[in-house]
Design a protein around this ligand. Structure first.
Ligand code: HXC
Ligand code: NAP
Length: 291
């Protein structure tokens, strides 16, 4: 059997409606496609209408995809996104807080606004979507609902050079565990997944720009000696969204080939960069367009 075939049996998510923020690119898209293959309908959201619509069109052969433009930092847009989902599907069964913003930088080079921008996307974006759907589910008495937050291992180890992201992901992990305890009685499960390195354009262009990708070969940090494959993450995510994980609540599942145990704080190694190089690196990262 091919490892790329979905782990769950055909139709395992039949009838489910799954909302995935940042679902038009990278890992979010891999998760969305696997949900579709297993029978769910999917809403994908992000800020850029053109790329979102294109992704939805390309994915539509797999199932029903609703693209909704929504900046997760903006409460009104999040509420409007939830309304659009309910209006189209009548319900939402699961929310995946996957949207993120990140870039490498020595912390002393950051402005307050730069720090705030990452906190707003990652932490407040997850909070906004969680509040919007959670309030609705509780008010309607809808049970068997799932929230899945995408964090990373530096949520608990911390990491230099990505400090706003580390702070925000730590907050998202605290949100996960806190609400698992508080909202379990409402039939809402809250879990998280902590991926190690999985190549995507969005992450690699901002975290390993230019020659850094060769200089800091991420595979060398992973005991298994390789990077993650998108379908491996998608299988884990669909399991955690499915009824087969109905008794898993408040867990964070690491999928990193053992990376963090070998060397915590993924980007601490950037201390090897000569200080004079950071202007050029910043220009490369700022020049990134799209995900
Ligand atoms: C220093 C920077 C900067 C950089 C932006 N800023 N880029 N500071 N170095 N490289 C500063 C700006 O100068 C500004 O502050 C503030 O940050 C906001 O910048 P904007 O460009 O106005 O923000 P915005 O248009 O909202 O874009 C957000 C973004 C961008 C995060 C900067 O990269 C983006 O849209 N990213 C979305 C996708 C993404 O990042 N994907 C990667 C996820 S990977 P001032 O003070 O100048 O106004 C991931 C992996 C985790 O999370 C784990 C890996 C193992
Ligand atoms: P990506 O493709 O850049 O994904 C980020 C997505 O978030 C994009 O679709 C982006 O779309 C969206 N987004 C950004 N800001 C937003 C906002 N304000 N409102 C709504 N959507 C917004 O990167 P990725 O690698 O797939 O990352 C996906 C998730 O996995 C993130 O949570 C990341 O932290 C996590 N992760 C990734 C890795 C990895 O190795 N790749 C490792 C650990 C964890 P727009 O720009 O169009 O809005």
């Amino acid at each position: 059997m091919s490892a790329k075939a979905p782990m769950l049996r055909e139709g395992a998510l039949n009838g489910m409606v799954v909302v995935i923020t940042g679902g038009g690119t990278g890992l979010g898209r891999a998760m969305a496609e696997q949900c579709l293959r297993l029978g769910a309908s999917v809403c994908i959201t992000s800020r850029k209408k053109e790329s979102l619509d294109k992704a939805a069109e390309e994915m539509s052969a797999l199932g029903t995809v609703l693209p909704v433009v929504c900046d997760v930092r903006d409460w009104e847009q999040v509420e409007a996104m939830r309304e659009a989902v309910l209006s189209r599907f009548g319900k939402a069964d699961a929310l995946v807080n996957n949207a993120a913003g990140n870039f490498i930088s020595p912390t002393e080079r950051l402005s307050s606004k730069a720090f705030q921008t990452i906190i707003d996307i990652v932490l407040m974006g997850s909070v906004n979507c969680t509040l919007s759907f959670g309030k609705h589910w509780i008010a309607q008495g809808e049970r068997d609902r799932a929230i899945l937050n995408i964090v990373t291992t530096y949520a608990w180890t911390g990491s230099g050079y990505v400090v706003p992201s580390a702070c925000a992901k730590a907050g998202v992990l605290a949100l996960t565990r806190s609400l698992a305890a508080e909202w379990g009685r409402h039939g809402i499960r809250c879990n998280a997944v902590a991926p190690g390195p999985f190549p995507t354009k969005g992450a690699w262009s901002r975290l390993m720009p230019g020659e850094l990708v060769e200089k800091f070969d991420m595979r060398k940090k992973v005991p298994l000696g390789r990077l993650g494959e998108h379908h491996e993450l998608a299988d884990l995510v669909t399991f955690l969204l499915s009824p087969y994980s109905a008794y898993i609540n408040g867990e964070v599942v690491t999928i990193d080939g053992g990376e963090w145990l070998k060397g915590a704080g993924q980007f601490n190694l950037l201390e090897q960069i000569e200080p004079g190089m950071w202007d050029a690196i910043e220009q490369l990262v700022r020049g990134t367009k799209g995900s």
